[in-house]
Design a binder for this molecule. Structure first.
Ligand SMILES: Nc1ncnc2c1ncn2[C@@H]1O[C@H](COP(=O)(O)OP(=O)(O)OP(=O)(O)O)[C@@H](O)[C@H]1O
Ligand SMILES: [Mg+2]
Length: 252
């Protein structure tokens, strides 16, 4: 396996009695869109928290561009190009859409850069088909539009790695197509490494060249979309051919 641009190795996370991640190794390379799927509670968001530096793992290491960043903060990682979106949206509702993208670049600081930050925000909004919403308050947006704004904010400062946690959740079919186009553009044209968590299996299968399946905190399977789809263990745990587990699962 290639070392990848961002690589988690042997990650363990416990929450009291819950063993949320067990010896998880995942990596993603430049220009690649890698899917991360699995039932509710499989550990997908926890893995994103570890990759983005929001949670320190109990064991294991994170490497970025060949350097160990396990002890680097989430702020350091964001500033060095590792960006994420959130399953539960985290936009600044009382700011406009444009300002959400401007503040994402504020660390570049200084009056000198203020005009550049606005220019960059406008360009990204345009790329994401959001020109008309630039002046709207983010808090008043329908969920599907807010998902696109969250993605746009993650792109405001050019990312090298994108961690997308259910970006298509709550979107219409049209919005999903727009999201897919932007994600594909980031991988193909910007050489970005994308790790995509999504319950919409069709969305994942269409976009991802490789898919990793998590179940009960472990990597259950890994392969091309077709390989993963055909894997009996994956079908039983997640894709609906087996008995299922609990009411919460929603691979839709
Ligand atoms: N802060 C926390 N405290 C205690 N337990 C937690 C915490 N966060 C997650 N967990 C538990 O860790 C496990 C993994 O949760 P996680 O949110 O990573 O799953 P997920 O794969 O993202 O699920 P979903 O598809 O529902 O988003 C679950 O059993 C969850 O209840
Ligand atoms: Mg989650």
């Amino acid at each position: 396996m290639s070392p990848g641009l961002l690589r988690a190795s042997g990650i363990d996370v416990r929450f009291g009695g819950v063993h949320a991640l067990r010896d998880v190794t995942v990596s993603v390379g430049p220009g690649e869109i890698c899917g991360l799927i699995g039932p509710n509670g499989a550990g997908k968001t926890t893995l994103f928290d570890v990759l983005s530096g929001m949670r320190r793992p109990d064991a294991g290491a994170i490497a970025y561009d060949g350097t160990d960043i396990t002890r680097r903060s989430s702020v350091w990682r964001a500033r060095h190009g590792i960006r994420r979106t959130f399953q539960r949206q985290q936009l600044f509702g009382q700011l406009t859409v444009e300002d959400n993208l401007v503040v994402a670049q504020d660390w570049r600081g200084g009056v000198r850069h203020a005009a550049r930050r606005r220019e960059r925000a406008a360009a990204v909004l345009h790329e994401c088909g959001l020109d008309e919403l630039a002046g709207s308050y983010a808090g008043g947006l329908p969920v599907g539009r807010a998902r696109m704004v969250e993605l746009a904010r993650a792109l405001a400062d050019p990312p090298r790695v994108l961690l997308l946690d259910e970006p298509a959740s709550g979107t219409t079919a049209g919005e999903r197509r727009e999201l897919a186009a932007v994600i594909r553009h980031m991988a193909d044209e910007e050489n970005c490494a994308v790790l995509l968590v999504e319950h919409d299996v069709a969305f994942v299968m269409e976009l991802c060249s490789r898919v990793v399946v998590l179940d009960l905190g472990r990597v259950l399977a890994e392969g091309t979309a077709a390989e993963v789809r055909a894997d009996p263990a994956v079908r039983e745990a997640y894709l609906g051919a087996g008995p299922g587990r609990g009411d919460g699962d929603h691979p839709s």
